[in-house]
Design a protein around this ligand. Structure first.
Ligand SMILES: *[C@@H]1O[C@H](CO)[C@@H](O)[C@H](O)[C@H]1NC(C)=O
Ligand SMILES: *[C@@H]1O[C@H](CO)[C@@H](O)[C@H](O)[C@H]1NC(C)=O
Length: 360
């Protein structure tokens, strides 16, 4: 700031100066055509000079405008629209800079600086022409599929320095070029240092087929194997991430005795929740939920439902030898362990299955 001030104090270094007057009087503007973003603050850099033996008594800024066909300069301090927004940051020596805060469309136009010394009054014939512009965020295309390329543009008639982007109101390091599911949202842009003056938000709609398809069994512990008490009921809930949201759900059951066979098994229901009432061994098996939206489908991993009195031998009959061995090695100890755990849990009078069953 100090360096800037020194530069402005040196009349020779003035950029785009508009010298008003003669005999040692002058007003020069740092930038005669500044541009500011709506809602932001703009500095109208200004310096003025006069003979050394004079003393400055008054300084003021005015805005030019047509009133009844006449060009009129209205002093900012008399205009209510500039109360609290126009701030003189200069002095009564050589710096006549003005800051206008919270730029609005009415600020678009000509501004003049005047001063009076103990001998003469001077006002600048030349003015600063301030342009006020908004920011326009553009995302193209606005509806995309995964992996599509998207271009983000932040447009304004002011020259832009560093543009920053926001997604759903939070800053993002840089907008994505190849979109992923998480990139869908509302984007807006701003200029670094003036982050509060943002563009209107624009939506990026990312379409993707279902993923993370999961099945939760209630009642039951989370996990791929659920033991049910015969006669109780169970609800299998299928959820997924999909955009547009899942349209169609199909439930498949594969009995262990039917072997690995082709496909997911036989369809046993539709809709996001599969309710089984009064379960018995015919409900045992491997369940899969398949989800569709218009972009494709995806399936959950298998969830195994078994009756509490599971006939492990019966379940594994007919399954390929490799699978049999795996099942015997994994399932039998799992079931034994589970029962043991359940017994000790019952000893502690805290049997969740029992409580849940009663509550149904
Ligand atoms: C999808 O699942 C993966 C792995 O389980 C997880 O890391 C990721 O956060 C999930 N995605 C969503 C959107 O929940
Ligand atoms: C299915 O979902 C998984 C993750 O849950 C994902 O890795 C896979 O790409 C999805 N398949 C399709 C066809 O979308």
């Amino acid at each position: 700031m100090f360096v800037l001030l020194l530069l402005m104090l040196n009349p020779g270094a003035g950029v785009g100066s508009g010298s008003a007057g003669s005999a040692g009087w002058s007003v020069s503007f740092e930038d005669p055509n500044p541009c500011g973003l709506r809602g932001s603050s703009v500095l109208l850099g200004c310096s003025f000079h006069y003979p050394e033996d004079e003393c400055v008594e008054m300084v003021e800024w005015s805005k030019g405008g047509l009133h009844g066909g006449q060009w009129v300069r209205s002093v900012l301090s008399t205009l209510t629209s500039y109360q609290g927004r126009a701030q003189y940051v200069g002095d009564k020596k050589n710096n006549c800079s003005l800051v206008i805060h919270d730029l609005q469309d009415v600020d678009h136009g000509h501004f003049y600086f005047s001063f009076r010394t103990d001998r003469f009054g001077r006002r600048s014939k030349v003015s600063v022409f301030l342009s006020v512009s908004g920011l326009t965020a553009r995302v193209r295309p606005t509806a995309v599929a995964l992996g599509d390329t998207v271009t983000f543009e932040c447009g304004t008639s002011c020259g832009l320095s560093n543009v920053v982007w926001f997604k759903d109101g939070r800053p993002v390091a840089k907008p994505p070029s190849q979109v992923q599911a998480k990139d869908g949202g509302r984007y807006s842009c701003a200029v670094e240092g003036q982050e509060w003056a943002r563009s209107h938000p624009v939506d990026l709609d990312v379409h993707y087929p279902p993923f993370n398809v999961t099945v939760v069994v209630n009642p039951g512990p989370p996990g791929p194997v659920v033991l049910l008490t015969p006669g109780s009921s169970a609800h299998l809930t299928c959820s997924s991430h999909a955009h547009p949201p899942a349209l169609r759900y199909t439930w498949y059951r594969r009995t262990l005795s039917s072997g690995p066979g082709p496909g997911p098994g036989v369809p046993v229901g539709s809709g996001p929740v599969l309710s089984l009432s009064s379960v018995d061994s015919s409900h045992s098996g491997l369940y899969v939920c398949q989800v569709w939206n218009k972009l494709g489908e995806n399936s959950s991993t298998e969830v195994m439902l078994m009756m509490d009195e599971a006939d492990v031998n019966g379940l594994i009959a007919g399954v390929g030898l490799g699978v049999k061995v795996v099942l015997v090695l994994v399932l039998v100890p799992a079931v034994v362990l589970w029962r043991r755990w359940k017994c000790s849990a019952e000893d502690e009078e805290n049997d969740h299955d029992y409580e849940n069953t009663r509550a149904m």
